[in-house]
Write a protein that binds this ligand. Structure first.
Ligand SMILES: *[C@@H]1O[C@H](CO)[C@@H](O)[C@H](O)[C@H]1NC(C)=O
Ligand SMILES: *[C@@H]1O[C@H](CO)[C@@H](O)[C@H](O)[C@H]1NC(C)=O
Ligand SMILES: *[C@@H]1O[C@H](CO)[C@@H](O)[C@H](O)[C@H]1NC(C)=O
Length: 419
């Protein structure tokens, strides 16, 4: 044993005791997490398929802020799911494709896969879209059933003591249509299908014994640097939201998805009164940061603790004006941190983050978007805080319905530095 390691062991043992002391209390409400989704939630699955193993998230500078190496996460550090897991005090779920045995999966499983769609290839083909769908929600359900088989007799008890995350999923379905020049109106016709696929997964996990399901909604598509770049020149000034600088029509697509998703969840709650089903408003969490970036700046959490910030201390209306002179979280929340640079949003499809010639900004914590598609660790933490705080949630959507007490929610928030 190396000299330092006995001290480390002592620290680990102390931690285990601390965790054990909490046993039986409200903090141990969930023992593990199971999750479904796309690159916003993938913690290593895409690294394990030969077709995707060398993707951008497998290369530097991905992971530079937190893990100090690429882990397959599409960010400079942790994802929203990492913060939620830390807040709950449960293990990081095993990426499905990195596990084999029941023992690998007892700690929870992450089925989310970078690039995953809600819908199957057949749907896109029937619309004349020659897309490339490697993993859909149907694949993730097949994987989930495989885990259920492995768990055998432990299955129902395991499901009942787990928190399920179903989403975010659907952003790639919409990207496929928008990238092939379909009108937003046509892409809106995908919404009932996408929401139906999500509802089907929620139904499946409830049938397997789930007692608590968190369903994150769609992100504000019109604020994505990739889409802002794609639509540049084809949207006139009136097509941008004056407050956020985002494309109104694309945000409307996300809002439609979210309305239909919430309606579907309402139906599921009525059909399954014994299951807690909570909607997480990612849309509001992200647009809040974009609309008042100074309030959520790099040091906002710290400053907030010192109560030095009142809301909108100094509104900067030109923060989204087209200029490549200065990029910063507080001033230009629609710029990507990492990529080939240039362009209005510091985004270039041909020089995506992780490619030769692409580089990251000096301080990712000042940016909302990491690579033009995915968020920075700084934004992900704030989104996790917003989900846990449920600042836009009421009734059945409030996180306290998942935590079972406001004291528990407070503990969760403290653990990841929200308050
Ligand atoms: C996903 O499902 C499709 C259709 O069943 C199948 O052809 C494909 O091999 C699956 N992909 C993976 C990675 O399992
Ligand atoms: C979409 O339209 C743009 C601009 O008109 C064009 O350059 C691009 O090739 C089109 N893409 C597809 C997939 O048709
Ligand atoms: C919430 O806590 C109370 C008391 O600790 C318990 O009786 C109840 O079953 C819990 N509700 C849920 C949904 O876990």
């Amino acid at each position: 044993m190396a000299p330092g390691s006995s001290r480390l062991l002592v620290a680990v043992v102390a931690l285990l005791h601390a965790a054990a002391a909490g046993n039986g209390g409200p903090l141990t409400r969930y023992d593990r997490v199971f999750s479904f989704g796309d690159s916003l939630t993938d913690t290593g699955n895409a690294l394990h398929l030969s077709a995707t193993t060398g993707g951008p998230a497998s290369r530097p500078p991905y992971g530079e802020t937190f893990f100090r190496r690429p882990t397959g996460r599409a960010s400079d550090g942790r994802l929203v799911i990492d913060f939620l897991v830390e807040a709950l005090g449960v293990p990081h779920p095993t990426p499905y494709l990195a596990g084999k045995t029941a023992a690998d999966f007892r700690r929870g499983v992450n089925f989310a896969f970078g690039g995953a769609t809600a819908l199957d290839l057949r749907f896109f083909e029937s619309r004349g879209l020659g897309s490339f769908v490697l993993v859909s929600l149907r694949n993730q359900t097949v994987w989930f059933n495989d885990v259920l088989r492995l768990l055998g007799a432990e299955q129902r008890k395991t499901m009942a003591t787990s928190l399920f995350l179903v989403g975010e999923i659907g952003v790639n379905d919409y990207f496929i249509g928008l990238n092939e020049n379909r009108t937003v109106g046509e892409v809106e016709t995908f919404v009932p299908h996408v929401v139906g696929a999500i509802r089907s997964v929620v139904t499946d996990v409830i049938a397997a014994g789930a007692s608590a399901v968190l369903v994150p909604g769609m992100i504000p598509l019109g604020c994505e640097p990739q889409l802002l770049t794609l639509y540049r020149g084809s949207v006139d000034a009136a097509g941008y939201d004056p407050e956020s600088g985002c494309i109104t029509r694309l945000n409307g697509l996300a809002e439609l998805h979210n309305r239909e998703l919430r309606r579907a969840l309402g139906g599921l709650r009525r059909a399954h009164p014994g299951t807690t089903i909570v909607y997480a408003d990612l849309y509001r969490a992200v647009t809040d940061i974009i609309v008042s970036p100074r309030e959520y700046g790099a040091h906002a959490l710290h400053a907030r603790n010192r109560q030095q910030i009142s809301s909108f201390p100094c509104f900067v209306p030109d923060r989204f004006l087209i200029s490549s002179s200065h990029a910063g979280f507080r001033h230009r929340p629609l710029d990507a941190c990492c990529g080939g640079g240039g362009g209005a949003y510091n985004y270039d499809d041909a020089a995506f983050c992780g490619a030769a010639g692409a580089a990251a900004c000096a301080d990712p914590s000042e940016y909302v978007s990491w690579d033009g598609v995915h968020y920075t660790e700084a934004a992900n933490r704030l989104v996790a805080c917003s989900v846990l705080q449920g600042s836009h949630s009421h009734g059945a959507d409030a996180m306290t319905t998942l935590s079972n007490s406001s004291a528990t929610t407070e503990d969760w928030l403290h653990r990841i530095g929200c308050v």
